[in-house]
Design a protein around this ligand. Sequence first.
Ligand SMILES: [Zn+2]
Length: 103
Amino acid sequence: MGAFLLDAYQDWYCPNCGLEDRTRPQPPNASRYHSCSGLHGLNAPLIRAGVRCKVTAEERQDYLGTEIQARGDDGRQYMAVRTTTDDHDDLLVFAGLARAELR
Ligand SMILES: [Zn+2]
């Protein structure tokens, strides 16, 4: 009887730009991110292979004022990237940045 060689790995993919990655197994709550060319260049999660979901960018709706907000490569302000799976949503929020001046 032969020995089994286990080479465990985790495959990841992006439903928007098609990027694929393979890593060593990760803990269940681990996440991987990339700058997504299919989602306005925003920082977006990679999805574990086999998980069906939708990843969308959420545009900021309120008035920006003097805050600095993440912008996509289309120049629009995005406040979050939402990952929608069959049973829950994950939200990656881009907080507005404060600006300070040092003298
Ligand atoms: Zn992507």
